[in-house]
Design a protein around this ligand. Structure first.
Ligand SMILES: *Cc1c(COP(=O)(O)O)cnc(C)c1O
Length: 477
């Protein structure tokens, strides 16, 4: 299996080459040359692997279809090291919880940082360590976070040989729980940097450092952002695990509703569907930042500016543009790299939007997408009704998913098609909104008792590129 760019570059690369790279040389995103198509016998075989050997071995089977430059025994060992009951708290790793008849939550947030990003990031940490050791290289991950991504990256990379993490975050703007999660890490290779400014200032610093090619090369600067193909691939696995739990025969279909921001999670669902997993509908749920809902309703993709990007109570979905969306558009346009290049490389930067309304209806039927949006009031009402009816506490992002799933099913009933809503975080991460909705504090997993009181390891810095570079240089030299 080789990888190509969504913008038509002629290079074809191996998995491990793109593992440590960000964008393709032409600014596109990497995708496999084709999606391996699984027939009925192959699906039945994977179901048996899931049932008899569990999640890690299922991950190995699916990853093997896309990775041919890591020996099988090594890949299997990496998967088994990553997806353990000790780390995820359950044998099934991603168990379904039934809310109503045919309506489920899929728990993806039982990893170390209590958000679904652990599912991919934990594997990425092990893949990075493996590949860097094989090459005898080191990597300095430099990133910006407003919460979930940064902590997932730090918990994945802590103590890993050959990797350092420099993670900037806007000082005082993350929830106390999120700050405690990140800043209480004492590992030598983890560097928390609180920036005097907002998240955009942090992102600007990352861009400035990435644009300095000499510095980037000298200090081996890399990223772990959501456009990394390995992250997406890791996420494909839990769509299979969800499907196998909700069905008992491979003729049956299921639908998924996915709380979405950068379109990474739901894009993994699209890949699973392209591989032949019987998915009826992929419902994209957004919050007030509804760039994606607008696209799936109108065919117009219109990215927002900073002033039009709302700060919401489901903050990990507060996006102005959806960085993985280009992957789906590439497939939707029958993999026409030149067209994607003109849309994303030219039109979007010039006008801030493009219009695919001509083909959208056909594309939605062919690829099974639907969408909806949710607001703060919806979130509160959904958290409350889910708690009162089922005794289950859900987080704000998952609530966006549950709200949109119900709305979708009311309009387009799908009898005999189970609906699975992906649970993307646990409520404790967003305690203040839970208190607003329910009047009670969310339950806290025991390993997080009292973390706010632990000593913190964090440096405060101005939003100044020279200061940051000097710090990275001092640590690395
Ligand atoms: C990152 C995140 C999302 C959005 O996922 P995308 O892959 O960016 O669409 C949703 N919910 C939570 C809790 C997240 O951390």
């Amino acid at each position: 299996m080789k990888y190509l760019s969504t913008r038509g570059h002629h290079d074809r690369k191996q998995f491990c080459e793109i593992l440590l790279e960000g964008l393709a040389p032409d600014g596109g995103l990497y995708l496999p040359e084709n999606y391996p198509m699984l027939g009925k016998p192959e699906l039945a075989r994977l179901r048996a692997v899931w049932q008899t050997k569990g999640y890690a071995d299922l991950a190995f089977e699916i990853l093997s279809l896309y990775i041919n430059d890591i020996p099988s025994a090594d890949l299997l060992a990496l998967c088994r090291k990553t997806y353990t009951e000790a780390v995820y708290g359950t044998k099934d790793i991603v168990p379904l919880k039934q809310l109503d008849d045919g309506f489920y939550l899929q728990a993806l947030s039982n990893g170390p940082t209590l958000a679904f990003k652990d599912m991919a990031m934990q594997l990425l940490g092990n893949l990075f360590e493996y590949e860097l050791a094989r090459r005898g290289e080191t990597l300095n991950i430099f990133g910006a976070t407003s919460g979930d991504t940064g902590s997932a990256a730090e918990y994945a990379m802590r103590g890993k040989r050959g990797v350092r993490v420099f993670m900037t975050s806007p000082a005082g703007r993350m929830s106390p729980f999120q700050q405690a999660q990140m800043f209480s890490l004492m590992d030598e290779n983890i560097h928390n940097i609180a920036i005097e400014g907002v998240f955009d200032d942090c992102q600007d610093l990352v861009k400035a450092v990435s644009n300095d090619a000499a510095f980037k090369a000298k200090y081996k600067i890399g990223t772990v952002n959501s456009i990394n193909w390995a992250r997406l691939l890791a996420q494909v696995v839990y769509y299979f695990a969800g499907y196998f739990q909700a069905t008992n025969k491979d003729e049956q279909k299921v639908s998924f509703t996915v709380p979405s921001g950068n379109f990474g999670n739901v894009c993994a669902g699209h890949v699973a569907r392209m591989m032949g997993l019987p998915i009826q509908t992929l419902v994209v749920a957004t919050n007030e930042n509804d760039v994606l809902d607008e696209f799936f309703k109108t065919g117009v993709y219109h990215v927002r500016g900073t002033v039009d990007t709302h700060e919401t109570s489901s903050p990990s979905m507060d996006i102005s543009k959806a960085s993985n969306f280009e992957r789906f558009v590439f497939d939707m346009l029958n993999r026409d790299g030149a067209k994607v290049k003109s849309l994303f490389g030219e039109q979007l930067s010039k006008t801030g939007q493009f219009d695919l309304s001509n083909g959208i209806a056909a594309a939605l039927t062919q690829y099974g997408f639907a969408s909806g949006r949710s607001t703060h009031a919806d979130r509160l009402a959904t958290i409350k009704s889910t708690y009162e009816t089922h005794g289950v506490m859900i987080d704000t992002h998952t609530a966006d998913g549950v709200k949109v799933a119900h709305e979708f099913l009311a309009k387009y009933p799908q009898p005999n098609v189970p609906m699975i809503v992906l649970e993307t975080a646990l409520p404790i991460k967003f305690a203040s909104t839970i208190v607003e909705a329910l009047g009670v504090e969310p339950t806290r997993p025991v390993q997080f008792e009292g973390i706010e009181a632990l000593p913190k390891r964090v440096l405060n810095m101005p939003a100044d590129v020279a200061t940051i570079k000097a710090y990275i240089a001092k640590v690395c030299d």
